[in-house]
Design a protein around this ligand. Sequence first.
Ligand code: PLP
Length: 378
Amino acid sequence: MSIYLDNAATTPLDADVFNAMTPYLLNHYGNPSSHHAQGRHARQAIEQCRATIAGLINALPEEIVFTSGGTEADNTAILTAVHGYGIQHVITTRFEHHAVLHTLTDLQRKGLIKISFIKHDAKGNLNLGHLEQLLQTHPRSLVSVMHANNEIGNLNDIAQIGDICERYDALFHTDTVQTIGHYRHDLQKLKVHFLAASAHKFHGPKGVGFIFCRKGIHLSQLIHGGGQESRLRAGTENIHGIVGLTKALELAYAHIDEHQQHIQNLKNYMIARLSDEVPGVTFNGNSANADQSLYTVLSVGLPELNYGRNLLRCLDDAEIAVSGGSACSTGSASHVLQAIAAADNKDHVRFSFSKFNTRHEVDHVLEVLHQIYQTLAA
Ligand code: PLP
């Protein structure tokens, strides 16, 4: 029995999304910049997608720019603030994805910005009083804080952070790659200037996403070439990807409460079983706290296996796909687990769920874990 519990790394494509995409690969293959009927059809489809996405998140169509995914959206937001708006100070957290952290450290290395990190407690909760102090000494900063962390699942209060940023005239970027399609976002209420999203985290295709850029802010162009995306992002549009992204977001919003309940129930069930049956189990960050944690992610510290055996490897051998930290940091210690000083005498496993997972699968994972630890004890 093969089980996929690595949905924070990527989600399987929904069959309805695939069906929506195929006509744009096989039949409507026109270049959206072409002036003939095929081109016009493609252009119309893209603009329809932009309007649909804008409608779902209560934004304006012109505030949505399609990108190759979350990484490009994060890079574009940060580089716009620095190159387009002369920002020299960025306030962020130790928990951001490398799409944010590596972009910032590169800018710092080039002498273009100084980075300040918001203090946090041992669970990874941000100290928003410290954010205010930083903004008092550096008003006109960029604040880059993710909505939910991809490794431990901590949720940050981006509504409150937006209010704080507004008081200090700071630009606010939030990476919502793990939460778009899983929570409702209302861009009329949320005081963000930039927001990043990626289709493959909510059963859409890989290699496509979007950046929301608040009306009045001019995006700096990262990729130069043709005049696509209102001259903000060059390159022939990934039309089937954009259609897939839109269908995936529509489906996600149509069933958002039902899926949230199903997945939260699975997560609660796994927390209960692990707590009852695995002595010494711990939960990283706010992972076990339903109100402060992404319902799709459960980050667990399990007793370390002796004799050099690797728990992730044992689970992989049993056809259970999970991650140690984030998939992108495979092979190196997770900066997120380090930031919360997660116990180093534990094997840390991120189980991440989707609407396709079942209670039966969680039962099977527990059975396999029992076998692994029993073999060890024998
Ligand atoms: N930000 C977060 C929080 C993520 O989890 C990811 C993907 O793992 C990204 C950004 C990068 O998104 P993409 O894979 O679409 O480039």
